[in-house]
Design a binder for this molecule. Structure first.
Ligand SMILES: [Zn+2]
Length: 411
């Protein structure tokens, strides 16, 4: 891949030389500032970097360097990740500092990502092809391929929570492994198909959902998601045999109708697509119906006395600490975005575009807000949660819009 091994002090390719050193760079930035490793340095493990370096000049910023050499200002985050050990608190390079450049520096193909921290990585999967976690005496979580469902074994039958198509085989197999009892009840955590579209496979059971979920299921006309037979608005208590589930609704959050499922005896709660144990949030919390609702649901969860949390995705069960950390992350994102909005005057961005093109003016403004939020979140959270570098920018945009139009006064 790297010709430097045959030609010491030469760039990786002529194309690279042309695009980085000459064509892409303004005249003031000569090729002299870019250096490639000698055979000796190339031999050391390259990690995510390409082995190419840039020596920072006075006034250089990561954004400027990314624009010049990586083809996109937004790729500054890659520079930050590769060089954060040597950057000082300002996050910007000092003159003369050597910055490692990422692979594919012409910006063409691969965006690189931060490795997952240990607490976000997949756990070993047993030969059955899924993980089965027992919670307390009778509550179980089934996890495979990054999706999770749960079931509660009672003396009068089994209650299944969610029926993800991706667990179509694993979930019934896990139930059979634990008990000979039949599934008598199914709880829809919310309507999203990745968690529910295999519900019909459990046949004619009692199906419980929030009224909003029932409406959405009706509208989607999916035979895999038969209509709930029992609906509720605020709270529902399911007593079955010797076991109990408390269902409650903290208001629209990730989805309108997305409920909190509490198993008090097992000191466990399940709330899907909200807290992702060990991970930063998914893109826009998966088309969140209410970003303020996402924060409020975190508050509700954080007040509960729990040992175990089931989030419906990623690779493991969560703890009270995971809820606390996720809440802190979302709060940080919310607060940093609020600060950036307060510090950014909208008018100049509208002045930069064709008069009347409000979309374009707003887009420049939102991107300027995200420019300020992203480094704040990266500085604190990279390495603490998985995939902080993947969706933080988009989530800052989502939060910015929510702060402007939802404008909640309680947060
Ligand atoms: Zn969902």
């Amino acid at each position: 891949m790297c010709e430097a091994e045959q030609h010491d002090h030469q760039p990786p390719s002529r194309r690279g030389l042309l695009r980085w050193g000459v064509a892409a760079a303004p005249a003031a930035v000569g090729i002299a500032a870019l250096t490639w490793p000698t055979r000796a340095t190339a031999a050391k493990p390259a990690a995510a970097g390409s082995g190419a370096y840039y020596e920072a000049a006075r006034g250089d910023t990561l954004r400027g360097i990314a624009t010049r050499f990586l083809g996109s200002e937004q790729r500054w985050t890659e520079l930050y990740r590769l060089n954060r050990q040597v950057l000082d608190k300002s996050g910007e390079p000092r003159p003369g500092q050597r910055l490692e450049l990422p692979e594919s520096p012409d910006g063409a193909a691969t965006r690189t990502f931060e490795p997952l921290p240990a607490t976000a990585k997949p756990l070993p999967v047993p030969p059955e092809g899924y993980r089965l976690d027992r919670i307390g005496d009778a509550f179980y979580a089934v996890t495979a391929g990054g999706t999770q469902a749960a079931f509660l074994v009672t003396s009068a039958g089994v209650v299944v929570i969610d029926a993800p198509p991706s667990l179509a085989e694993a979930l019934p197999a896990a139930i059979r492994r634990v008990t000979g009892r039949k599934v008598t009840h199914l709880v829809y955590s919310h309507d999203h198909s990745d968690h529910t579209a295999n519900a019909s496979a459990f046949g004619d059971v009692v199906r419980i959902a929030h009224t909003e979920t029932a409406q959405r299921i009706k509208a989607s006309q999916d035979p895999g998601r038969p209509m709930p037979t029992v609906t509720f608005d605020d709270r529902y208590r399911l007593d079955l045999g010797d076991q109990r589930l408390l269902l409650s609704y903290p208001g629209a959050n990730h989805e309108a109708g997305n409920i909190l499922i509490h198993a008090p005896r097992q000191r466990a709660a399940m709330m899907v697509d909200l807290v992702m144990p060990g991970w930063a949030p998914f893109r826009a919390w998966g088309t969140a119906d209410s970003v303020p609702g996402v924060l409020r649901a975190h508050d509700r969860l954080a007040r509960m006395d729990l040992d175990t949390y089931i989030g419906g995705h990623v690779h493991r069960l969560g703890t009270k600490e995971d809820i606390k950390v996720s809440r802190e992350f979302v709060r940080d994102l919310w607060n940093a975005t609020g600060k950036a909005i307060a510090a950014t005057d909208m008018a100049p961005y509208f002045g930069k575009v064709e008069p009347g093109n409000n979309w374009a003016g707003f887009e420049l403004y939102l991107q300027a807000v995200a420019d300020q939020v992203e480094p704040v979140i990266h500085r604190k959270w990279l390495g603490r949660l998985g995939a902080v570098d993947v969706f933080t920018r988009e989530n800052a945009l989502t939060v910015a819009l929510s702060r402007i139009v939802d404008a909640p006064r309680d947060l």
